[in-house]
Design a protein around this ligand. Structure first.
Ligand code: NDP
Length: 397
């Protein structure tokens, strides 16, 4: 059906590559390219499919990307490197006529700030070129946005309250580690909180608002209000939403480490001079922290991510909770990666599948909730991320 190029060879890219290889009727040719080619080769070896091609690329460099895309002529590129590379890859897609998908919105390296405006600015150019760009196709953003679209299509006339709840109740047996790229993860969590209420954005101190929430099969976990990117597009695409918030669980041990890291300046993204060399403290920290890709082997427990929604159907107020629980062990047994990489890599593959099947294909730049959720929801059940629904329950929020 089509040729896919995966950029990146980290945790998320590894899961996506395994899953792409398991769907040969859709992904008829596969290329994996990243900064370190040996990691792509090791991945191909692990998957055991010699037909997958590999290449080296610095995705910060548009010229290198253009040469790569011209060499392999993919139908779609899955950007599973870092959010810093979103714009260079989109630029190269426009120059070579390639469609685009990612899992995280652009942020500049020198400013811990993320928002969609930079990528939405490409809308006209993608539209004129007849190319599709699918933004934020991981779990959150990604599946949570599709869940919201599905709720709006089937269960509500108007969504009024949306709470996205993300619980990781797993234990990797390390004193401190992040579940995806440490640099991106720590930048996200140490930011101010932000949520949408009555037509405006409300800012909070980092991790200021928190409360225990109950998660299916897990129980109560302290959950912290964070700024998360999908809220920005969802309140725009569903203007009936009166309040939208995002919650994530953290353990006390994690938060204590995080506080120390910040207090001693190791979360800083300002370059410093060390022994005549310029280093960024957070990048140095990443180099000494456990690699998220190596956490899988001893990871126990599960993640539980979903949407808790309140709104009107036929003039009456209803509640709805749609969620997935993912076992770290099952994820590892299938892909050698832990559950957080798994819950991101699987939806990325499904998004690319939706494009190649011609179901999610329209020129322009779109967030995932702007496409038909039904075929995507169907694939979630088939590809390892089954979902469950609860109706008219107490949402706790
Ligand atoms: P990793 O750090 O494990 O992997 C990143 C990969 O990108 C590495 O292989 C790295 O290369 C490669 N890379 C980095 N810079 C470049 C570059 N300039 N050129 C080419 N390759 C490069 O990250 P994860 O797999 O954990 O995360 C990947 C993405 O997924 C991130 O954008 C993250 O924000 C997003 N994410 C989204 C989630 C969601 O639900 N939507 C959840 C979790 C993550 P090298 O191996 O040489 O370092």
């Amino acid at each position: 059906m089509g040729k896919v190029l995966i950029i990146g060879a980290g945790g998320v890219a590894t899961v996506a590559a395994y899953k792409v290889a398991k769907n040969p009727d859709v992904f008829t040719e596969i290329v994996i390219a990243s900064r370190t080619k040996s990691k792509c080769d090791a991945l191909v070896e692990a998957i055991g499919n010699k037909a997958i091609q590999t290449a080296q690329v610095d995705a910060d460099d548009v010229e290198q990307l253009v040469a790569l895309f011209e060499r392999f002529r993919p139908d779609i590129v899955m950007n599973l490197a870092l959010p810093y590379q979103d714009l260079t890859i989109m630029e190269a897609c426009l120059r070579t006529g390639v469609n685009y998908l990612d899992t995280a919105n652009y942020e500049p390296k020198d400013e811990a700030h993320f928002e969609y405006s930079w990528q939405w600015a490409y809308r006209d150019r993608f539209e004129k070129a007849g190319l599709t760009a699918i933004l934020g196709c991981g779990f959150d953003p990604g599946v949570t946005s599709v869940y919201t679209a599905y709720a709006a299509k089937h269960h509500f006339d108007e969504i009024h309250y949306l709470d996205i709840v993300d619980c990781n109740a797993g234990d990797h047996h390390k004193p401190f580690a992040t579940n995806f790229n440490p640099e991106i993860n720590i930048r996200e969590i140490t930011q101010k909180g932000l949520y949408w209420e009555n037509g405006q954005w409300i800012e909070t101190k980092p991790l200021e608002i928190h409360r225990p929430l109950n998660y299916p099969h897990i129980g109560a976990r302290e959950s912290y209000l964070l700024h998360h990117e999908e809220i920005e597009s969802l309140v725009k695409n569903y203007p009936t939403i009166k309040r939208a918030r995002f919650w994530m669980t953290f353990g006390q041990e994690y938060l204590t480490h995080l506080r120390v890291i910040q207090n001693i300046g190791m979360a800083s993204i300002k370059p410093i001079n060390y022994n005549g060399m310029e280093i960024v403290p957070l990048q140095f920290l990443k180099a000494v922290l456990p690699n998220p890709q190596d956490l899988g082997e001893n990871y126990e427990g599960e993640t539980s991510i979903g949407c808790r929604i309140r709104g009107l159907k036929n003039g009456e107020m209803h509640t709805y909770y749609v969620y997935n629980n993912c076992s770290h062990r099952a994820a590892y047994e299938e892909t050698r990666m832990q559950g957080v990489s798994y819950t991101t890599g699987v939806p990325a593959m499904i998004g690319a599948m939706m494009f190649l099947k011609g179901i999610w294909r329209k020129p322009g730049v779109y967030n995932v909730e702007e496409f038909d959720p039904d075929p995507f929801m169907e694939q979630l059940n088939k590809q390892g991320l089954p979902w469950h629904e609860l109706f008219d329950i107490d949402l706790e929020l």
